[in-house]
Design a protein around this ligand. Structure first.
Ligand code: F6P
Length: 547
């Protein structure tokens, strides 16, 4: 057994879970009028209600003991102060400096790097304002009307979430598009929508070597010239955000068109940097700064609050509680707001690429569950799709509901219904419907005893299913920034509790290298050494190219 699972705090939670076999969330609300106030927190313009969980004061205290045992306070301070918390790559992890107001100081190898960050922000600001004010124009003098972000993973999902999520703050003239996948169909449809003369392409790639991104960038470059784009005008149409300036220069970019990224910013934590340029183009720099302020408020929260008040820590502990002690296999994240429709997708990368690990910091195997499997999507749509399984299926699936109190769009009383549906889901997950309630209901409908006997088991909903509800004031740059940062810190704190490294992602490399080998095989190289399945699939592909 690992020292974590052998530890006093872990073992105490195991016993507590056994003791809670007949714990009823519904009953505990009836017994304790203060349950909501005990198990909810409000900060950074977000109300976090975790009262509908399988916890009582004892289990909450025991979870906090687990956090203390993991020395989370020390680890939080290590993260913020630039210690090399990415131990496998000996790298500091400093996305939090991206949201620090000027005047703060964070030293890396003896140098204060906050001014460097603000220099990049100024450059972003200059480019954005030149484009917005029509000073930055295309090769034939046309104004820029469209921005295309060419990037994938962390160089796509965050910007996509936020630029779409803050559409109410959009500057009308600029349309943002995304080219992420290497799929030619995506390329085709994008190039049907934009004109080379009025489009600015941003190659977002920390490494400037990701296959999908570089292939797309090269094809777009060819397309630009095929559309009449001139060599002289090239730098009016292409920007790069990267930590690999040399490669961007080789691509043909002038130094001014290259905005820096840094090794100490992980891709999935990078939307706050110039990787967030499409966001700034969409909502203007002032709103981008508001987004940073929202995230900064959570940075302050996570550093300053006591463990029992610390929202991301509570979120992390609950995830550990369910996956390791209640055998939950997955977790659903269900935003009830059109503008948050891409939130789950972003979170999948943030959480699963970070904490999908099997070894502890020292390289030894874990003997417990690590990262959560995140899935979900927009409510109410999910209610008419997969919620059935949440309510009556055999898996325990803890849920995060996310909803704004105020909508951006008042259409009759739609938002009342939307909000009501969100609350009704968490309520019915918790309350369920007992056998006796079902019987009474069917009796009232006039069904016979035989009919009731047959039907009742199908209509029983066990209930006692846990959920959190996060209520934003509304989806603003500030609150969205805060929401994303809450989850970032949740992911980090979960990794601390589980003693794993949230900041490397070595498995991505394996898929990349194998794809080159298969590519060569598709192009005609010999198939020796391939397994029979891959070989047959390669053959099938080759055969179809001829047909
Ligand atoms: O998906 C793996 C990954 O390494 C992510 O972590 C990263 O955000 C993405 O690829 C893109 O990488 P880059 O920005 O270097 O193109």
């Amino acid at each position: 057994m690992s020292s974590l699972t052998e530890s006093v705090a872990w073992q105490a939670l195991k016993s507590q879970q056994k003791a809670m076999q007949s714990f009823s969330i519904k009953k505990s609300f009836a017994q304790d009028q203060n349950r909501f106030s005990k198990f909810s927190r409000k900060d950074c313009k977000i109300l976090f209600d975790f009262s509908k969980n399988l916890i009582d004061q004892t289990s909450f205290d025991l979870l906090l003991n687990l956090a203390k045992q993991a020395q989370v306070s020390q680890k939080i301070s290590d993260l913020f102060n630039g210690f090399k918390v990415n131990t496998s790559e000996q790298q500091a992890v400093l996305h939090t400096i991206l949201r620090k107001p000027i005047g703060y100081k964070v030293e890396l190898d003896g140098v204060n790097i906050v001014p460097v960050i603000h220099l990049a922000l100024s450059k972003m600001s200059k480019i954005v304002s030149e484009v917005h004010n029509g000073l930055w124009r295309g090769f034939n003098g046309r104004e820029i009307t469209d921005i295309v972000n060419i990037g994938i993973g962390g160089s796509y999902l965050g910007q996509y979430l936020v630029s779409e999520g803050l559409l109410p703050y959009r500057r009308a003239k600029i349309n943002c598009h995304y080219l992420a996948n290497i799929d030619g169909s995506e390329f085709y449809h994008l190039t049907q929508k934009v004109k080379a003369e009025s489009t600015l392409f941003i190659i977002s790639s920390k490494s400037f070597s990701t296959l999908e991104t570089i292939k797309n960038a090269c094809s777009i470059k060819n397309w630009y010239f095929a559309q009449g784009g001139t060599k002289e005008g090239f730098n009016q149409h292409f920007l790069a955000v990267t930590a690999n300036a040399q490669k961007a220069v080789e691509f043909g970019l002038e130094p001014f068109n290259i905005i820096p990224m840094w090794d100490y910013i992980g891709g999935r934590y990078s939307l706050w940097s110039a990787i967030g340029l499409p966001i700034a183009f969409s909502i203007e720099m002032s709103n981008f700064m508001e987004l940073l302020s929202g995230a900064f408020s959570v940075d302050q929260h996570v550093q300053q609050q006591d463990l029992a008040q610390n929202i991301p820590l509570i979120m992390a502990l609950l995830d550990v509680w369910y996956s390791n002690f209640w055998d939950a296999q997955t977790k659903a994240v269900l935003p009830y707001d059109y503008y948050l429709r891409n939130f789950t997708q972003h979170l999948q990368q943030l959480d699963m690429e970070s904490n999908g690990k099997s070894v502890q910091l020292d390289g030894s195997q874990v003997d417990y569950k690590t990262g959560s499997i995140i899935w979900g999507g927009l409510g109410c749509n999910g209610q008419h799709a997969y919620h059935q399984l949440l309510h009556q299926g055999t898996h325990l699936v803890p849920v995060d509901f996310i909803v704004p109190a105020v909508s951006h769009n008042f259409v009759d009383d739609h938002h009342y219904y939307l909000y009501a549906n969100c609350l009704a889901q968490s309520q019915s997950l918790m309350e369920g419907k007992s056998y006796s309630e079902v019987v009474l209901e069917l009796q009232n409908k006039g069904l016979s005893a035989k009919q009731i006997e047959h039907l009742a088991p199908h209509k029983v909903i066990i209930g006692n299913k846990p959920s959190n509800t996060l209520v934003l004031d509304r989806v603003t740059p500030f609150s969205l920034g805060a929401l994303i940062a809450l989850y970032e810190h949740k992911v980090f704190l979960q990794s601390v509790i589980l003693n794993i490294n949230a900041f490397d992602q070595f498995s991505v490399e394996l898929g990349k290298s194998l794809s080159y080998r298969v590519y060569e095989a598709l192009k005609g190289s010999n198939l020796d050494g391939l397994d029979s399945s891959t070989k047959a699939l390669v053959d099938y592909f080759r055969l179809n190219q001829r047909g």
